[in-house]
Design a binder for this molecule. Structure first.
Ligand SMILES: Cc1ncc(COP(=O)(O)O)c(C=O)c1O
Length: 388
């Protein structure tokens, strides 16, 4: 048997990791500016997360949702407190796609409608509903073609208003900062207008904070920079610092109906223990403030650098766009400079380091990037990448 090929693989085997560094089998350190798709929120093998998880594993790792699990209540309380969504409900699951799939389902249950509006360039996952709301046709199979999903241009309120006012949609699903699509930030005015249109048309606003949330932009959620609230908010990635977990936050206006949602693994003891520890670290180490501070520093430095076409993002969610293909640049960063980066399309470096990333780490990256940009004034021809 062979694993199904998922991504183009980098010729490196990571053996262990600490903080913002990963190490290969020979002991070579690499600076991690990607956190394995934004998953490593508080740094690799953070001692508090490791201790809490091991302690829990030695007590009980799993029992099904047919019994009370007080860790879920503790996590829900802490998540409500840190996010400012204290009066919301929460449904725990195991991956970003599941969190979105359940949000879409709830929006449809509660409104009785079936159409969903999404944005061009959006990425919401690979399950049936979420892949239908994802603007990448190559990952959508015929079985996903249910004709309830529609797309509208990002940051263009007039098209959105027309669509939501002329037809009934159960939900508008959106990333406040598009990640896979290339780090495109929804403006505060756009988010505020969206909130108003969704309210007047009875459309549930699903804010997919799977990549942009959990403190990454300096506030717990990226949409909070615009002072709005979602009806449903989804999180995953950094929630348990690498253990599979996700959550759908649910407005108190949506009455929970027993049995509408369910899961075997979601909210298990082990994942909850890790997730509680993650929130404690974010709070105690002031990682949201750090993300804002280091993110601003990085973006300002990058903006002034020759050879860069555009810098987009907020906090530690940064897209660096070039006029040429970045394949060679990423290769040199990884194998020459020993720095992991991500990408979005052929021209944009995607930076999603752990939230404990420091100014010193940032300077290592900036020095290396500057050196490579001075050395190479042009990169290889266009290359199409597989998206995540
Ligand atoms: C914004 C967004 N939504 C949803 C997902 C899907 O998450 P998962 O891969 O955990 O299903 C991703 C993953 O990259 C994402 O970036």
């Amino acid at each position: 048997m062979k694993p199904f090929p998922v991504f183009e693989k980098l010729a490196i085997q990571i053996d262990r990791a600490v903080g913002c560094f990963v190490y290969d089998q020979s002991g070579q350190a690499y600076l991690d500016m990607y956190g394995g798709h934004a998953v490593i929120a508080v740094g690799h093998t953070h001692p508090h997360v490791v201790d809490s998880t091991l302690r829990q594993l030695n007590k009980i790792g799993f029992y099904s949702n047919t019994i009370y699990n007080d860790l879920q209540n503790k996590l829900a309380d802490q998540l409500g407190l840190i996010s400012g969504y204290v009066d919301y409900g929460v449904f725990f699951s195991n991956s970003g796609a599941e969190a979105n799939e359940n949000a879409l389902k709830l929006a449809s249950f509660v409104t009785g409608r079936k159409k969903v509006l999404s944005f061009s360039n959006a990425f919401h996952g690979r399950t049936s509903g979420t892949v239908s709301a994802t603007d990448i046709t190559s990952i959508r199979a015929a079985v996903n073609d249910n004709r309830h999903y529609f797309f509208t241009p990002f940051n263009e309120p007039s098209s959105l208003r027309k669509q939501l006012e002329t037809e009934e949609y159960c939900a508008l699903i959106m990333e406040p900062i598009q990640g896979v699509g290339g780090i495109h930030v929804a403006s505060a005015a756009f988010l505020q207008e969206i909130r108003q249109i969704c309210t007047t048309t009875g459309t549930m606003l699903i804010l997919d904070e799977i990549q942009s949330g959990y403190g990454r932009t300096g506030k717990f959620f990226a949409h909070q920079h615009a002072g709005i609230k979602g009806d449903l908010i989804t999180v995953a990635k950094g929630i348990a610092n690498g253990l599979p977990m996700a959550a759908t936050l649910i407005s108190p206006d949506i009455t929970p109906v027993m049995g509408q949602l369910g899961t075997t693994f979601g909210g298990n003891h082990l994942a909850c223990a890790a997730a509680i520890a993650v929130l404690e670290v974010i709070r105690d180490e002031k990682l949201m403030d750090n993300a804002a501070k280091i993110g601003t520093f990085l973006m300002e430095e990058l903006q002034g650098m020759t050879g860069i076409a555009e810098v987009r993002g907020r906090g530690l969610m940064i897209g660096v766009e070039f006029d040429t293909d970045i394949r060679q640049l990423r290769h040199e960063l990884l194998f020459g400079e020993k720095i992991f980066t991500g990408y979005a399309g052929a021209y944009t470096l995607r930076l999603l380091p752990p939230l404990c990333f420091t100014k010193k780490h940032a300077q290592i990256f900036l020095r290396s990037l500057k050196k490579l940009l001075l050395k190479n004034d042009q990169y290889s021809p266009h290359h199409s990448y597989q998206m995540q």
